[in-house]
Design a binder for this molecule. Structure first.
Ligand code: SF4
Length: 365
C-alpha cells in the first residue's frame, strides 16, 4: 500500500498555528487541545493526526490475539456509569470458577486481559490464585491484570502498599497492567459519578509505582458522559506529565461511554466525536507510542475509520467481553484474527499481530 501524501489543508484556518507547532515537533498546550475540540474541521484535525501517526508507525497497525476475562461482577462500589457491577442476589451477579476461567483460554492466545468487580467476599489470595493458575496452565499467554482501582482495593483488604501488591502479582505471573479505572481526571466528575473510587492522584501514583518497578502499563480515558472538553484535555495533559516522568505507558485508549440504562446521557457520542477524540489524543500525547482504537466501545465501523485519524492499534480479538456489553454495546463480543486483519486492510493499513508488549509476531504485508 502506498504511503499517504501529506495533505494538510484546513477549512478552519485558526488551526494552522497548531499544525505549525505539530509539524515543528513542538508540544501542544491545554489551550491548543481545547481549541481543537472547539473546531468543526474534523478532517483537518484527522489528517494532522494521521500525519503524526504515519511519522511514528507508517501504515502499520497493531492487533493482538487476546481474551478478556472478567472473573466476577460482584462489586462493593456503585459507580453511576456502570451497568456491569452487581450486588449479591442481583439477577445478573456472577462469579466464574477457576475451571470456567481456564476453559476460556487456549495456548494460541498471546494475552489475557483480566479485570472485574471488587468482590467483598473474595480474599486477596483468590485474586492471586486466578493469576498463578492461568500462568501455570498457560505459561506462554502474557497476563495483563488488575486496574489501579483494583490494586487500591487489594491494598485496602490486605493493608499492604501498592508496591507490595504488585510484587506479589508479578511473582504470580502478571506481566503488565491495563489502563482502566482512570475514568476522567476531574474531581467534579468523580464526586458526581464515582465518589467511592480512587481519583486522579491515587491512580497516577499506582501507575508511577508500577513503572518504577519496571512494569509497562496502559492508560485510558472514559469520555462521552458529563465531562467537558477541557476536562478531557486536562486528563491527557496529566497522563503526558507522568509519561515524561516515567516513560512507562505503552498505549492510550480513549473509551467511548456506553449509556445503556444509566440515564446519564441519552445516547452514545457520535462517530464524529469519537474520531475527533482519537485524533486529538494522538496530537496531545506526543510521548505515548500507541493510540488504540477500541472497537468494542466505538463499534467496528468507527473503530476502523479511527485508524485513519491517528490510531495505530485495534486492540484484539477479545473473545467475550462482559463489561460494556452489559451496558448494551452494539459491537460483537469478539472477533477472529481474520476479521481484524480484514478491518485493518479495509482501512488501507498494514495489519501487524503483536503481543502484550508490542513485540511483533507477524506482519500481514
Ligand atoms: S465501574 Fe468497576 S468499580 Fe465501579 S461499580 Fe463498576 S465494576 Fe465496580
Amino acid at each position: 500500500m502506498p504511503e499517504a501524501q501529506l495533505d494538510l489543508e484546513f477549512t478552519d484556518i485558526s488551526l494552522e498555528p497548531i499544525a505549525d507547532k505539530v509539524l515543528a515537533g513542538k508540544r501542544l498546550t491545554q489551550e491548543d487541545g481545547e481549541r481543537l475540540f472547539r473546531s468543526d474541521d474534523l478532517f483537518g484535525i484527522g489528517r494532522l493526526a494521521d500525519h503524526v501517526r504515519q511519522q511514528r508507525h507508517g501504515l502499520r497497525t497493531y492487533f493482538v490475539l487476546n481474551r478478556h476475562i472478567n472473573p466476577t461482577n460482584h462489586c462493593v462500589l456503585d459507580c453511576k456509569f456502570c451497568e456491569f457491577g452487581a450486588k449479591a442476589g442481583d439477577a445478573h451477579a456472577y462469579e466464574m470458577s477457576m475451571d470456567e476461567i481456564l476453559s476460556k483460554l487456549s495456548e494460541e492466545l498471546r494475552e489475557v486481559h483480566i479485570v472485574g468487580g471488587h468482590h467483598i467476599k473474595w480474599p486477596f489470595e483468590h485474586y492471586v490464585e486466578i493469576v498463578s493458575t492461568i500462568h501455570e496452565r498457560y505459561p506462554g499467554v502474557q497476563i495483563k491484570a488488575w486496574t489501579a482501582p483494583e490494586i487500591d482495593f487489594f491494598c485496602k483488604i490486605t493493608k499492604k502498599q501498592p508496591a507490595e501488591i504488585l510484587a506479589i502479582m508479578r511473582e504470580a505471573g502478571v506481566l503488565t497492567m491495563p489502563g482502566g479505572g482512570a475514568e476522567i481526571f476531574s474531581e467534579r466528575v468523580r464526586k458526581a459519578l464515582f465518589p467511592g473510587k480512587i481519583g486522579a492522584g491515587r491512580w497516577l501514583d499506582i501507575h508511577r509505582t508500577a513503572h518504577g518497578m519496571g512494569f509497562r502499563t496502559n492508560c485510558t480515558m472514559l469520555y462521552g458522559h458529563i465531562e467537558t472538553h477541557a476536562e478531557r484535555v486536562v486528563h491527557m495533559v496529566r497522563l503526558r506529565e507522568l509519561q515524561d516522568e516515567t516513560g512507562g505507558f505503552l498505549a492510550f485508549i480513549p473509551l467511548s461511554f456506553q449509556p445503556g440504562n444509566t440515564g446519564l446521557v441519552r445516547r452514545q457520542v457520535s462517530s464524529i466525536e469519537d474520531l475527533k477524540t482519537i485524533a486529538i489524543s494522538r496530537l496531545m500525547l506526543d510521548n505515548i507510542e500507541h493510540i488504540k482504537s477500541y472497537w468494542v466501545m466505538m463499534g467496528e465501523e468507527t473503530g476502523s475509520v479511527a485508524l485513519q485519524f491517528g490510531a495505530n492499534d485495534l486492540d484484539g480479538t477479545i473473545g467475550e467481553e462482559k463489561i460494556v456489553h452489559m451496558a448494551q454495546a452494539q459491537s460483537a463480543v469478539g472477533h477472529t484474527r481474520e476479521e481484524l486483519v480484514r478491518m485493518i486492510k479495509e482501512a488501507q493499513r498494514i495489519p501487524v499481530e503483536r503481543d502484550a508488549l508490542y513485540n511483533v509476531i507477524h506482519e500481514y504485508n
